[in-house]
Design a protein around this ligand. Structure first.
Ligand SMILES: Cc1cc2nc3c(=O)[nH]c(=O)nc-3n(C[C@H](O)[C@H](O)[C@H](O)COP(=O)(O)O)c2cc1C
Length: 185
């Protein structure tokens, strides 16, 4: 399966029991035949300081290199106060700098998110999509993933319990693979 596109997964939560990380892992498992999804560890990326953008800390260099090496990016974000978490915006900002050395332009991407609340990260995803437009990320328009988290929505082995949702995510994986091929064409 070496021809599967490599997708860097950026989870917008560092929490050990993050429901977004759980969603990301279930998406990775469900779409494994078509996509090679790897969750990035960017917990050491410091707060952005423009004084250091020309010679960034090692964690930032590693984060940028991981994005560069990936065929695509999947953002899996919580919603904090009707927007994306600061850790996610901070990492996006670092990797957009300095001018001419950002890693985002033209990168195919998709967005997903999980919340225990009924709105399922809709507002955060809209804000994230706006930000990604500003740095020329090629975000897939449809289908979109808004996941209301409940323990019973997962199988014990980390898949999706509802066969209809499982099929939806499989179809989403097919469409994202096609989007990546088209954008990287
Ligand atoms: C600072 C903060 C703000 C939050 N604001 C929202 C919100 O606007 N909408 C929402 O659905 N959930 C909100 N939540 C609840 C999160 O959806 C919930 O904590 C979720 O589990 C976070 O994702 P994670 O488990 O991946 O860390 C908020 C949580 C925090 C900590």
């Amino acid at each position: 399966m070496s021809d599967r596109p490599k997708v860097a997964v950026i989870v917008g939560s560092f929490r050990r029991h993050s429901v977004n990380r759980r969603l990301a892992e279930a998406i990775a498992k469900t779409t494994a035949a078509k996509l090679d999804l790897q969750i990035l560890d960017y917990g050491e990326v410091p707060l952005f300081n423009q004084d250091h953008e020309a010679d960034p800390p090692a964690a930032v260099v590693a984060f940028k290199d991981a994005i560069k090496a990936a065929d695509a990016v999947l953002f899996v974000t919580p919603e904090y106060n009707r927007s994306m978490p600061g850790v996610l915006k901070n990492a996006i900002d670092w990797a957009s700098r300095p001018p001419g050395q950002g890693v985002w332009s033209g990168k195919p991407a998709a967005i997903a998110g999980a919340s225990p609340g009924a709105l399922g990260t809709g507002a955060a995803q809209v804000d994230l999509r706006n930000v990604l437009t500003a740095i020329n990320v090629a975000v897939m328009g449809m289908p979109q993933i808004y996941f209301v988290h409940k323990d019973e929505h997962f199988t014990p082995d980390g898949g999706f319990a509802d066969p209809k949702f499982q099929a939806f995510i499989e179809g989403w994986g097919d469409k994202f693979a096609a989007w990546i091929a088209k954008m990287n064409g």
